[in-house]
Design a protein around this ligand. Structure first.
Ligand code: NAD
Length: 485
């Protein structure tokens, strides 16, 4: 598929097949992928049958990878090289299928490279432990060792639309690093980047049985992804409703669920307001606001709220948005016109509940302007639920206790940003915010692709992703003891 990417520039669609253990499997029943900005046909993918899915998992389960740590590491470094060498063409594909602007899609390819480089390095690290057994009065002169092994069955992975390449990289790289076999179902909204990544991995030398990509209608195939007997673990990134459905459906399978967020930026009265407003704007509008860790609420101390809001509006005004292919734009479209209409409705509802619209709420198809509201009631739909778009709702708070109360008042607990230099505030936020991560004077989404990442409450079961943690979840730990010390 990599060689076909040039077709995009000529406006020719990319009609693709499933990749089942490296084989192309077609089906006349197709899903069309259209460019959210101009409606052009970007490509199409097959609607897999349940039998396709069963076959993919049978092959995956039966395969035992012979790859050494060195070989896995080389394949992933080669994958990163191929991604980097083709960054522009790959970012064009992401932009075409997701409507994300070129700045965002170029950044995304770079992140995916990082994922593979970290996983390549991590594959070389021995993850076994050694315990001496003569530690207590009834101890013995023995040693206990642990060994990380790939799962016996296959991994079932399901990904969302908002990072069409990087979400897939975060599933497959730890799987390869641990010698597992994975069948991935990308979202039907942006499946082409996942198919492309499969081809790049095969080209880099991955045994094709280690990674299959199936596409289709979730109503037909999603249950098979969750209940197939050859699956040992389901790793899912997406929204809370489907995450909770999976939790009830994938019975007696290990589950890693990375779900939605409602992340705040909290701005205290001592904050550098220019810095806080800059973080607020980039955290709110990057990826058209479609990041699980996008800033979805701005909780601002009342003493500095007027000044902060002025800065927020002027920095929002400077955001250029529209045609995703225009390299000058900071924001492209959201995923579809329906989502844009839903944001508009939520913003209208917030206004009826007393919020003041200060900028934006303009919609044209899937293009939705960056939007700022002040005096937003903390319990209106716009902020009580996850609003997965470029909206900056300011909620005013009276003190740190009020900020923490508002922050913890939703069912979500993914990440957060805190703008203050006061150590007493910072230690209290770290202790009392019900979230998976806290970034002081950084956006909630700040992370390395290596480091532990993931939420609590409705945002996830507490198992983290990030290359290192995902590798842990994807392994069985075998313990053995020897009579020597
Ligand atoms: P979504 O939940 O609508 O879809 C995610 C995936 O689930 C898609 O592949 C879809 O086809 C599949 N699916 C649909 N029905 C299913 C079913 N019955 N069983 C199993 N899978 C099914 O999410 P989306 O709209 O694509 O993505 C946006 C959501 O993802 C947001 O809520 C966002 O916060 C979340 N997200 C979370 C993280 C994280 O790491 N916590 C990262 C990115 C996105």
């Amino acid at each position: 598929m990599l060689t076909e990417l040039s077709k995009l520039k000529q406006g020719e669609p990319l009609h693709q097949d499933l990749r089942i253990a490296g084989k192309l499997v077609g089906n006349p029943r197709r899903i069309e992928i259209r460019n959210p900005f101009n409606g052009a046909l970007v490509g199409s993918v097959p609607k897999a049958t349940v039998e396709d899915i069963r076959h993919a998992f049978r092959v995956a389960r039966a395969f035992r990878s012979p790859l050494t740590r060195y070989e896995r590491s080389r394949i992933m470094l080669r994958t990163a090289e191929l991604l980097r060498a083709n960054t522009d063409a790959i970012s064009d594909l992401i932009t075409a299928e997701a409507g994300l602007c070129k700045k965002d899609s170029l950044y995304e390819v770079g992140r995916a490279c990082d994922v593979f480089v970290f996983a390549a390095n991590q594959a070389l690290v021995d993850d076994g432990q050694v315990f001496s057994c003569d530690l207590t009065p009834h101890g013995k002169q023995r040693k206990i060792y642990t060994l990380k092994e790939p799962l016996l069955g296959a991994i079932s992975a399901i990904t969302p639309f908002n990072h069409p390449l990087n979400q897939v990289a975060h599933k497959v790289a730890p799987s390869i690093a641990t010698n597992n076999r994975m069948v991935l179902k990308p979202t039907e909204k942006t499946p082409l980047s996942a198919l492309l990544l499969a081809d790049i991995l095969y080209e880099a030398g991955l045994p094709p049985e280690m990674f299959s990509v199936v596409t289709g209608d979730p109503a037909e195939i999603a249950d098979e992804m969750l209940t197939n007997p050859d699956v040992d673990l389901v790793t899912f990134t997406g929204g809370v409703p489907i995450g909770k459905y999976i939790a009830g459906k994938a019975v007696y399978k290990r589950q890693v669920l990375e779900l939605g967020g409602n992340d705040p930026i909290i701005v205290m009265e001592d904050a550098d307001l220019d810095e806080a407003a800059t973080l607020a704007v980039s955290g709110s509008y990057k990826n058209s606001g479609q990041r699980c860790t996008a800033i979805k609420r701005m909780i601002v101390h009342q003493a500095v709220a007027d000044e902060f809001v002025d800065l927020l509006v002027s920095k929002t005004r400077a955001i250029k948005y529209g045609d995703p292919m225009d390299l000058h734009n900071d924001m492209g479209t959201v995923i579809d016109a329906r989502s844009a209409a839903a944001f508009e409705a939520k913003v209208n509802d917030a206004q009826q509940r007393g919020a003041k619209l200060l900028f934006g709420n303009i919609r044209d198809g899937a293009v939705y302007s960056p939007t700022v509201l002040d005096h937003v009631p903390a319990d209106c739909q716009l902020v009580a639920e996850e609003t997965f778009g470029p909206v900056s709702p300011v909620i005013r708070c009276t003190d740190i206790a009020d900020a923490i109360r508002i922050s913890n008042s939703t069912p979500y607990g993914l990440s957060s940003s805190v703008c203050t230099n006061r150590l007493d505030y910072i230690t209290r936020f770290v202790r009392e915010l019900e979230v998976g991560s806290i970034n002081v004077r950084e956006v909630p989404g700040y992370r390395l692709e290596l480091t532990p990442f993931g939420g609590i409450k409705d945002s996830g079961l507490g198992y983290k992703e990030g290359v290192q943690e995902a590798m842990k979840s994807f392994c069985n730990t075998k313990t053995y003891s020897l009579p020597w010390n």
